[in-house]
Design a protein around this ligand. Structure first.
Ligand SMILES: Cc1cn([C@H]2C[C@H](O)[C@@H](COP(=O)(O)OP(=O)(O)OP(=O)(O)O)O2)c(=O)[nH]c1=O
Length: 196
């Protein structure tokens, strides 16, 4: 462990910064990656998030004493991938498809230090209750769906639509904390101030 070791959060997501703060981790720098998040033809959801997280990691240029943390979250309804809706119409379409069904939220996390990388992906099953038209209308009007995979955020008003999940709540919000803490510790980051 050297004093120079720095943590770079390669994400523009305010949720990821807040989740890290929850476990006492404060990045020294925040650097949102700029990559093409298009889905490849025939690509399965889990392969997709893992690929995007790896690309985000590769896009962040860092020195040998810097630890980079990136993540990618997507919503999967069967083989169908639901990213961040481009507009209200797409958010509405996503919610109508998710209504009354269970789907999966997958978050892939990559930590890198020098030429080494550590990666995990975490899958959570989320049940969404059957949504009425007024419920969808008022949620769309709240704007809370903006920038959220699948067009909803469990940590906001849409929490009222979700009777249960099976998996990682923090993973659904964008950064599974248990797995992330383990990856950071593997890379030598002093989680809770304790050197690995
Ligand atoms: C399903 C769900 C997603 N989300 C968010 C987490 C992610 O920020 C977002 C998915 O988009 P991502 O592409 O994973 O991340 P981002 O674009 O916000 O940030 P960056 O690429 O710079 O790291 O959806 C919630 O906040 N709550 C939820 O319940």
């Amino acid at each position: 462990m050297t004093d120079k070791m720095q943590l770079i959060l390669g994400s523009g997501s305010p949720r990821r910064l807040e989740l890290l703060a929850q476990i006492g981790v404060v990045p020294d720098a925040v650097s949102p990656p700029d990559i093409n998040e298009d889905v490849a033809k025939g690509e399965l959801p889990r392969d997709y998030v893992k690929r995007i997280a790896a690309q985000k990691s590769a896009a962040i240029i860092a020195g040998p004493d810097e630890i980079v943390l990136v993540a990618d979250t997507t919503v999967a309804l069967g083989r169908r991938i639901m990213g961040k809706p481009v507009d209200a119409a797409e958010a509405r379409a996503f919610l109508s498809l998710l209504s009354g069904r269970r789907h999966k939220v997958i978050t892939a996390v990559v930590v890198k230090r020098g030429d080494k990388t550590w990666a995990r992906d975490v899958q959570t099953t989320v049940m969404m209750k059957r949504l009425s038209q007024p419920e969808i209308d008022s949620y769309i009007a709240s704007d809370d769906w903006r920038g959220k995979a699948g067009g909803y955020a469990i940590q906001g008003p849409a929490g009222a639509f979700i009777p249960w999940i099976n998996g990682s709540f923090t993973g659904v919000v964008g950064l599974p904390l248990a797995e992330t803490a383990t990856l950071l510790a593997s890379a030598g980051y002093p989680i809770y101030g304790v050197p690995a």
